[in-house]
Design a binder for this molecule. Structure first.
Ligand SMILES: *Cc1c(COP(=O)(O)O)cnc(C)c1O
Length: 374
């Protein structure tokens, strides 16, 4: 018999989570859309990755390699790492979730930053722990603010370097300063989703620091420069103890066979990766220049996206620009949920898309300058 007052209830905190909202991929009434809202590459994956998937397609009855050995070996080979310190995930999102699942519980705190990636907060709360948000300075992570927030309940610090949606980065000297000052039982999670794109001498993704400490992990993804977002592949490099703990809890076949095969070839095709990075670098510079010339403020970015700040004037704010650009088929990311109510994040797209956005924003800024007098 049904008793309407007794029903299944989620663990405390779960219903307080704000579900993740992915970037828009269509606009009502607009036939052709350039999706520039999820930091995907306009170049797609290496053709060799696609070729590898065809071979897998011939044997879909077989379970994948539960250790993703070929992929871990390819990654280890590229960076000179030990395969035992590498664990792969169904996107780096899965690895971030596993970290929280294994190391956080009720009463624990995890530090995130003001404009940090929203997945951290979701995973912290999903495991009953408390997210502690610290301020950033000028859209840059503030190490001193993080250190000031550490308590004896702190178990984890999440840091995207470079940051999303800011596109800014911290030099390795700052990351080292943070690690040295953190208690040894606190895990420092360096999310280096955009590391491949960074061309700065003082930047490091954190691999060396992982190798020299017991409490630092680095996560990476195949969703950005490698162009394999649809397949969901990420990896984590960390101390053996942490990797082995995560390994016990993950699904036994968390990566599917297509993903393993494609990502393995993508890693090996370093020429393709270099071209993708070169394409991006030239467009980041050009977009920043052109949009600045239109009177817009652009946060200097070392990634494959830019954060565009709009004037604080009626008709020229970010939501106005979002509507205008969408109507022309250019879908950017609204980032109010990341603490930027008057900015949009634009991923570098094809030449056609990038030039189109420049033209559309030129028209947007001019049009509103005229009607602003009304
Ligand atoms: C895109 C992105 C990721 C990648 O997530 P996947 O699950 O690997 O697709 C991770 N962290 C940040 C900050 C990102 O922007």
């Amino acid at each position: 018999m049904r008793n309407s007052t007794i029903k299944p209830t989620p663990r405390p905190g779960v219903m307080d989570i704000a579900a993740y909202v992915p970037g828009k991929d269509h606009v009502e009434g607009v036939a052709k859309v350039h999706k520039l809202s999820s930091n995907e590459t306009p170049l797609g994956p290496s053709p060799k990755a696609l070729e590898a998937m065809k071979h897998v397609a011939a044997h879909l009855e077989l379970y994948p390699d539960g250790q993703a050995s070929s992929l871990r070996q390819a990654i280890a080979g590229l960076y000179g790492l030990n395969t035992a310190n590498i664990i792969c995930g169904n996107g780096s999102d899965e690895l971030l979730g596993l970290l929280c699942h294994v190391y956080l519980g009720e009463g624990d705190e995890a530090i995130i930053t003001e404009h940090g990636f929203l997945v951290y907060k979701i995973q912290i709360m999903a495991n009953g722990a408390t997210p502690v948000t610290v301020k950033e300075k000028d859209a840059r992570v503030d190490i001193d603010a993080i250190l000031a927030a550490v308590t004896d309940k702190t178990r984890m610090v999440f840091l995207a370097n470079p940051g999303n949606p800011t596109g800014t980065y911290l030099p390795m000297s700052e990351i080292r300063r943070l690690q040295e000052a953190l208690p040894a039982n606190v895990i420092l999670v360096l999310d280096a989703a955009y590391a491949e794109y960074v061309r700065r001498n003082d930047y490091e993704s954190g691999m060396e620091l992982v190798g020299h400490s017991n409490n630092v992990v680095m996560t990476r993804t195949f969703s950005k420069v490698y162009g394999l977002a649809a397949l969901r592949v990420g990896w984590l490099y960390g101390p053996l103890e942490i990797v082995q703990a995560l390994d016990r809890v993950r699904g036994p076949f968390n990566l599917n066979a297509m993903a393993i095969a494609a990502a393995t070839e993508a890693v090996r095709d370093t020429g393709f990766t270099e071209e993708a990075v070169a394409f991006n670098t030239s467009w980041i510079d050009r977009m920043t220049e052109e949009l600045t010339a239109l009177g817009l403020k652009v946060t200097p970015s070392v990634t494959n996206f830019i954060l565009i700040h709009f004037p604080d004037e009626d008709g020229r704010r970010a939501p106005d620009a979002d509507r205008y650009l969408s109507s022309k088929g250019y879908v950017l990311r609204a980032v109010a949920g990341y603490g930027f109510p008057n900015a949009l994040r634009m991923s570098i797209g094809t030449e056609e898309a990038n030039l189109g956005v420049i033209e559309a924003l030129k028209a947007f800024m001019n049009q509103k300058a005229k009607t602003g007098a009304l």
